[in-house]
Structures are given as structure tokens and as C-alpha cells.
Design a protein around this ligand. Structure first.
Ligand SMILES: *[C@@H]1O[C@H](CO)[C@@H](O)[C@H](O)[C@H]1NC(C)=O
Ligand SMILES: *[C@@H]1O[C@H](CO)[C@@H](O)[C@H](O)[C@H]1NC(C)=O
Ligand SMILES: *[C@@H]1O[C@H](CO)[C@@H](O)[C@H](O)[C@H]1NC(C)=O
Length: 223
């Protein structure tokens, strides 16, 4: 074996042995729980723990997910998140969820969760869903989901959910983070505050100035 091949092999072995574990969620907590104290003004990576003696069952409970979300809006969809902001008991636990409601033709537009993969389970209606892989492939994976189907969106990848049926649709999502985050592509790009320079967007999206102006006006309003 040539010397440079041997060096490459050694480097590969070092790289493998230095990451013996794959992490599938936020790092593990070191105590039973750390219920979020959202009144603390100390900033940490997550939330400060509430005094365990003051923690009650209610810190681990959220009710009302049997309630339909209001889909009377531009997109015909609504997300009811169950993240650490809504359920303080999720702090440090590395899981979260959401209820998604869609009117017929409703859309959750292309977006990403920077900190979590998402498992989506359709409990009513049908959804056309998909995600796109990263550069250089940008390969689209799509599927039509029916009641009882589940689909997974890998962490960080752009994805969407569209109700292509003629009735309402409902899905439940779970995430591998207490705080998965949400970046809606159109809102971030065209609705940034203050706005991204139109010249940047014209060049990036190969659009004329008028179209960029129109899009920025639209998304600045909805943001
Ligand atoms: C803190 O969490 C509670 C839910 O336990 C919520 O009602 C309240 O609005 C939150 N406060 C802030 C400042 O986020
Ligand atoms: C949701 O469940 C609660 C508790 O069982 C019940 O009181 C409420 O009426 C239900 N709401 C809907 C919209 O079904
Ligand atoms: C749903 O949202 C729309 C638009 O904000 C509002 O006009 C309507 O009253 C809401 N419906 C319910 C049942 O809350």
C-alpha cells in the first residue's frame, strides 16, 4: 500500500474512533427533569430549571390537542406546537410535538427545523408531503399519505405538507428536540426585517426588480 493511502486510512480510523456514538436528539439531561423556568432572565442553552420542589404534574401536561386549529388564513393550515415554550416539562428532554390542521387545499409551505428530524403521522385526510436533499443533489422525495401513514423528514432539510384531498386533514408531528426551531423559507428570504437588499434577491433568485419588490411587500406583511 502506498504511504499516502496508509495515511488516509489512519485518518479515517481516527475520525471514526473519535465519534463512537451517534446522537439522535438533544444531549441527555443529568437529572430526572429540569422543568423550564421561563421567568428567569439568565440565558443558558435551553431554560433554567424551576425549583424541583415547586414542580407539579401540570408542568408535564398540555390539554386541548383534540381541538381543531383555525385554518381560516392565507395558507389554509395551522400548527399547534407543543415545544418547550408551551410545555415547560419538555426542557432538556429532547422531544417535542405538534398538531397540524389543514383545510382542503391547505399548505404548510417549504420550511426547515434546524435542530430536529420530524416524524409525521396522518390521523385524518390525505397529505402530499416531501423533502429535498442538500446540495449538490437537491433530490425531491415525495409521497401521498393517507390516514394511519407516517413519514419522516430528516433534520434540517426543506420540506412541505399539502392537503391534496377534498376534506380537512389532521396530522401529529413529533420532533427530536425540545425546541426544533422553524425557518419558513419564503418568510426568511423575502420577509426579513430589515429587508435583504433587493439586488441580492434579484441575483439569487434570477428575478427582476419588480417581482422582488412584490414578494418583499407580501412577506413583510405576513411576517
Ligand atoms: C411561561 O410558561 C407558561 C406555561 O407554563 C405560560 O403560560 C407563560 O405564558 C410563559 N411565560 C413566558 C414569559 O413565556
Ligand atoms: C377535548 O377533550 C376535552 C376533555 O376530554 C373535552 O372536554 C372537550 O370537549 C374536547 N374538545 C373537542 C373539540 O373535542
Ligand atoms: C379563525 O380565524 C379567522 C381569521 O383570523 C377569524 O376571522 C375567525 O373568527 C376564526 N375562527 C374561529 C372559530 O376562531
Amino acid at each position: 500500500m502506498a504511504a499516502n493511502h496508509l495515511i488516509l486510512l489512519l485518518l479515517a480510523l481516527v475520525a471514526l474512533s473519535s465519534s463512537p456514538t451517534a446522537f439522535a436528539a438533544d444531549p441527555n439531561q443529568l437529572q430526572d427533569f429540569c422543568v423550564a423556568d421561563n421567568k428567569s432572565n439568565i440565558f443558558v442553552n435551553g431554560f433554567v430549571c424551576k425549583d424541583p420542589n415547586l414542580v407539579t404534574e401540570n408542568d408535564f401536561l398540555i390539554r386541548g390537542l383534540n381541538q381543531s386549529g383555525n385554518t381560516t388564513n392565507q395558507l389554509g393550515s395551522t400548527v399547534t406546537p407543543v415545544f418547550v415554550q408551551q410545555l415547560p416539562g419538555l426542557n432538556t428532554l429532547g422531544v417535542a410535538g405538534a398538531r397540524l390542521d389543514f383545510a382542503a387545499g391547505g399548505l404548510i409551505p417549504p420550511h426547515t427545523h434546524p435542530r430536529a428530524s420530524e416524524l409525521l403521522i396522518v390521523i385524518k385526510g390525505t397529505l402530499y408531503v416531501g423533502f429535498v436533499t442538500s446540495n449538490p443533489d437537491n433530490k425531491l422525495f415525495t409521497k401521498v399519505l393517507y390516514e394511519g401513514d407516517a413519514f419522516v423528514f430528516p433534520q434540517g432539510l426543506i420540506h412541505f405538507q399539502f392537503n391534496n384531498g377534498e376534506t380537512d386533514a389532521v396530522a401529529l408531528a413529533s420532533f427530536g428536540s425540545q425546541n426544533p426551531g422553524l425557518i419558513v423559507i419564503a418568510n426568511s428570504v423575502f420577509g426579513a426585517k430589515p429587508p435583504i437588499s433587493p439586488y441580492v434577491l434579484e441575483k439569487a433568485f434570477q428575478l427582476d426588480a419588480k417581482t422582488v419588490e412584490l414578494l418583499q411587500a407580501k412577506f413583510l406583511l405576513t411576517n
